[in-house]
Design a binder for this molecule. Structure first.
Ligand code: A2P
Length: 340
């Protein structure tokens, strides 16, 4: 039984962490809910019991064994070293520690062995990366992959609970011909889409702090760099174009995969049918494939539209859809904690 704290407990991922911990009956002795001073005093139910939210502070971690952190990168940078100092192990959902060579970056279906190497912090990968890699890894292991091109269709949940609420309100306002003032998302989101709004490197000297090469945004670079780290293979060619679409909580991705050797479509089905965390959802006679509403609130990454790319040899397309808040964040973190 563990003393657990959730940093960012009032957010989209924090709330999902609570329901997954309850659902999976995680062995909790005590549970601390931490958020900003704005939420301090608010009561949140866990397994029928009211827990009062406390303000996250450096001294919040006395006696805590496990911290599940999803309050944003700058908050993790500031507070998680205090959690480690107090003796807790942190599973961090933000991007802050992910590329630190001292910090394991883990998807339990892929590299659970990395967990043992932790020095207090284990990082949970980017949501689009997790959703791509759960079906990609078994194929990579079975056949070898030369290159993968991903195009993403990302839900509002990736930008947090406020972005989800603003999408709902903006849809309602625009449907009634009213205007809507956004605070989180920079462009019209209802009935629209836009290339991902994470920091973009335009090549100017003041963009040297952006962790992406010129012409890429950070979300795209995360999919590339994190794949290399999780697979332990920086020779794998990965490319991504990331787009936000007006969907509430599940990301979709079109993957174009070039294998290192000749592979048949039945070989691919054979591997994916057995792959942990993957479910094939295809009804070709009805032209019915995985949709965000199919994946929302569910654990597996759904895969469909598996087909031969006619334009070059050894290449296949597939369409994958996964719940950004669950497998893309909270579920993956709880699975890591369970292995711990
Ligand atoms: P709060 O609700 O009090 O603002 P999301 O990713 O859905 O936007 O959620 C972000 C989470 O991070 C929320 O729980 C939010 O708490 C928390 N958070 C934001 N800023 C801070 C802060 N300065 N200290 C602690 N928690 C914070």
């Amino acid at each position: 039984m563990k003393n657990v704290a959730i940093a960012g407990a009032t957010g989209a991922v924090g709330q999902e962490l609570l329901s997954i911990l309850a659902e999976r009956n995680f062995p909790i002795k005590s549970l601390k809910l931490l958020a900003s001073s704005r939420s301090a005093g608010r009561k949140i139910k866990f397994k029928g019991e009211d827990i009062t939210v406390q303000e996250l502070r450096h001294d919040s971690f006395d006696g805590v064994d496990l911290v599940l952190s999803s309050a944003g990168g700058s908050i993790s940078k500031e507070y998680m070293p205090s959690a480690v100092k107090a003796g807790a192990v942190v599973v961090d959902n933000t991007s802050y520690f992910r590329m630190n060579p001292e910090v394991p970056l883990v998807v339990p279906e892929i590299n659970p062995q990395e967990i043992k190497k932790h020095k207090g912090i284990i990082a949970n990968p980017n949501c689009s990366t997790i959703i791509m890699l759960v079906p990609l890894f078994p194929l990579y292991k079975a056949f070898g992959i030369e290159r993968v091109q991903a195009c993403t269709y990302q839900a509002s949940s990736g930008a947090g609970a406020t972005a989800m609420e603003e999408l709902r309100l903006e849809c309602a306002a625009l449907a009634e011909g009213k205007t809507f003032k956004r605070t989180v998302i920079p462009h019209q989101y209802a009935f629209n889409l836009f290339p991902h709004n994470s920091s973009y490197n335009d090549g100017s000297p003041d963009k040297s702090a952006v962790h992406a090469p010129t012409g890429y945004c950070e979300e795209e670079w995360k999919m590339i760099a994190e794949t290399h780290k999780i697979f332990g293979d920086s020779s794998l060619r990965v490319n991504a174009t990331c787009v936000r679409v007006p969907v509430l909580r599940a990301h979709s991705e079109a993957l174009n995969i070039r294998f290192s050797k000749k592979v048949s479509i039945s070989d691919i089905y054979g591997i994916l049918r057995e792959a942990p965390g993957v479910e094939i959802l295809e009804e070709p006679s009805k032209n019915r494939w995985p949709m965000p509403i199919d994946a929302s609130g569910k654990d597996p990454v759904l895969v469909g539209r598996i087909r031969v790319d006619q334009s070059q040899e050894n290449t296949f397309d597939m369409w994958v859809v996964g719940d950004q808040i669950r497998k893309g964040a909270a579920l993956n973190a709880v699975q890591i904690a369970e292995l711990l």
